[in-house]
Design a protein around this ligand. Structure first.
Ligand code: GLV
Length: 351
């Protein structure tokens, strides 16, 4: 047992050339096809390894790590980590990490793309054209809402929110309002061109509202029927964060009944299932959770997660100190004396 080679599980097919770097230190247990792992499957896999590279598809909590005697590190390939019970991992001395920064600009691009597509009715227009309905050019066909000069409300002003604010303010001359758990330093507000407001005021004033905050049980259905009723009927809602932030049935109802003009969603409560009520609407743009999905960025995310895992398991140049650990304090406390420190699962500011 003493000279057993550490084993790591890779939960989904990623980029083989990057994942192969793990082989310098570990025996790698790969997953060769995209797989919907059950909790029992994850539990079994984690039971036999020292570390794992997981994606947002794999939920890892107390149940999944209960029998994982050797597990010391979980590297999440994603910035959002609501799939991890960080508190349970920290208490068990398992170092968790995520992949911030490398996906910021790419995800901001997608947020802006969804905003423009929804407000300017891009995908709706294309479907209409492809369906052969364009028989005569008309002055009033597919009238949408302007982006330039409009008021953008951003909920969640972490890295991605700031990148969106910069695009909006500097690129499109938008007035940018934001709501966040804590206010940004004034210099940063000025740099990104954003003004802090309360949530209710944001709902009422935004011509376009964009959600980019981490999902927690505390903000489940943050945008519900009551919130939607406070928005302008001409407004656009965009969600690039997590599906649970929006009451999808209330959204579908508002879109179907002219109480909201348009929406763009990249994330869903039950993904990969998308509610038929949403699929039936013409005034919504739906993408399959592709916020960070440029080739360069997805590769950078896998590279960071691989580096995190190698470091968390005590190897490589950053041995013991992965660049983007989530729960290092809790792990240190657990190791020092069994004291459990709460993880940062609800941090709204770090995306
Ligand atoms: C994707 O949603 C991520 O959190 O990286």
């Amino acid at each position: 047992m003493a000279d057993r080679r550490p084993r790591v599980w890779v939960s989904q097919p990623l980029f083989d050339d990057i994942v192969a770097q793990l082989e310098a230190y570990f025996e790698v247990v790969p997953t060769v096809e995209v797989t919907a792992h059950s909790s029992a499957d994850i539990t079994a896999r984690l039971g036999g390894v020292d570390g794992a590279l997981v994606t947002l598809n794999e939920s890892v909590g107390a149940a999944e790590i209960a029998g994982a005697a050797h597990l010391r590190a979980i590297a999440n390939v994603g910035v959002g980590y609501n799939n991890l019970d960080v508190e349970a991992l920290g208490a068990a001395g398992i170092l968790a990490s995520n992949t911030p920064d490398v996906l910021t600009e790419t995800t901001a691009d997608l947020g802006f793309a969804l905003l423009m597509a929804a407000a300017r009715r891009i995908t709706e227009s294309e479907r209409w054209l492809r369906d052969g309905q364009w028989r005569q050019w008309s002055f009033t066909t597919m009238l949408g809402a302007d982006i330039h000069g409009a008021t953008l409300g951003i909920v969640g002003m972490g890295r991605i929110g700031q990148a969106i604010a910069r695009r909006a303010h500097h690129g499109f001359g938008m007035k940018v309002l934001y709501h966040n758990r804590s206010r940004l330093p004034v210099a940063l507000e000025q740099d990104v061109g954003a003004v802090y407001t309360g949530f209710e005021e944001l709902l009422a004033r935004a011509d376009h509202l964009l959600l980019v905050l981490p999902y927690t049980p505390h903000n489940h259905h943050l945008v519900d029927a009551a919130a939607l009723a406070k928005m302008k009927p001409t407004a656009t809602l965009v969600n690039i964060a997590r599906g649970g932030l929006v009451d999808e049935l209330a959204l579908a109802d508002a879109l179907a009944n002219g109480r909201l003009a348009a929406a763009g969603l990249d994330v869903y409560e039950g993904e990969p299932q998308v509610r038929p009520e949403l699929l039936a609407l013409r005034n919504i743009v739906l993408t399959p959770h592709i916020g960070s999905a440029s080739l360069a960025t997805r590769r950078a995310m896998v590279q960071l997660a691989v580096d995190n895992l190698i470091a968390a398991l005590g190897h490589g140049p950053d041995a013991g100190h992965p660049a983007s650990a989530i729960n290092a304090d809790a792990v240190a406390a657990a190791k020092a004396g069994g004291v459990t420190v709460r993880g940062k699962k609800t941090d709204l500011d770090k995306r």
